[in-house]
Design a protein around this ligand. Structure first.
Ligand SMILES: [Zn+2]
Length: 98
């Protein structure tokens, strides 16, 4: 029996961006996540923010690609120890101007 103990949520502003060195990053709620591993249609993402004087952020989310091309998002560990990225927020705002 499979147990889903994490919340599955819609993340309307979710998007994928190209990070440095061709890595893919996932942006959700103004936080960026680096791809950790992929397992079938599931992808696991970790926040990679490290700030001096603070422990590394352990926030993580999972996404599942659905057959209709959309993604289901699990905020596996939604707590960040830092504010959202201003750079990401700016990018999202830019893209909203269409
Ligand atoms: Zn974080």
């Amino acid at each position: 029996m499979q147990r889903e103990n994490a919340r599955a949520e819609e993340c309307p502003k979710m998007r994928f961006i190209r990070g440095q060195r061709k890595s893919v990053q996932l942006v959700c709620n103004q936080y960026a996540y680096a791809k950790n591993k992929q397992h079938g249609s599931m992808t696991y993402w970790n926040c990679r923010i490290r700030r001096s004087g603070l422990p590394a952020c352990n926030a993580r989310i999972s996404t599942k690609r659905l057959t209709n091309g959309k993604y289901k998002v699990w905020l596996t560990r939604p707590e960040h120890n830092h504010p959202p990225s201003k750079r990401i927020a700016r990018m999202l705002n830019d893209s909203l101007v269409t």
